[in-house]
Write a new protein. Sequence first.
Length: 152
Amino acid sequence: MPDLPVPADYDLISTDKLRYGDTDRQGHVNNAVFATFLETGRVELLHDLAFPIADADSSFVLARVVIDFRAEVLWPGTVEIGTRVSAVGRSSITLDQAVFQNGACVAQGQSVVVLIDNSSRHSRALSESAVKRLQELSTRQSSPHGAKRIEA
């Protein structure tokens, strides 16, 4: 098994509260909920009001999501979602993500989002300022600095 990440490996840490309704018959959080955890991290990075990435006439759509489950998550409690930029394309952003409970990695994921024009619904190039901001984030992951925490 590969070395598992820790929260400090990520530029952004988001927190989600577990709900009783997230559980299934086995008594743990259902695997479908993990996609929602990753969404929380994506949204907080992509829609940061201090550093907007999408232009006014555009939106992000999810093109790909992969989740590798490492351990079960038990209710009650919270999870932390780590998110970092791993690649920036012409119109796409690849994010590496992980879900943690009590500091232990319970899932790893990768999400690819594509910027689209709201009128044409076709992909649209990221702006120069967005690319610069995303490259800053992807460069920062190579030097430990501590993660930015956001409470959901």
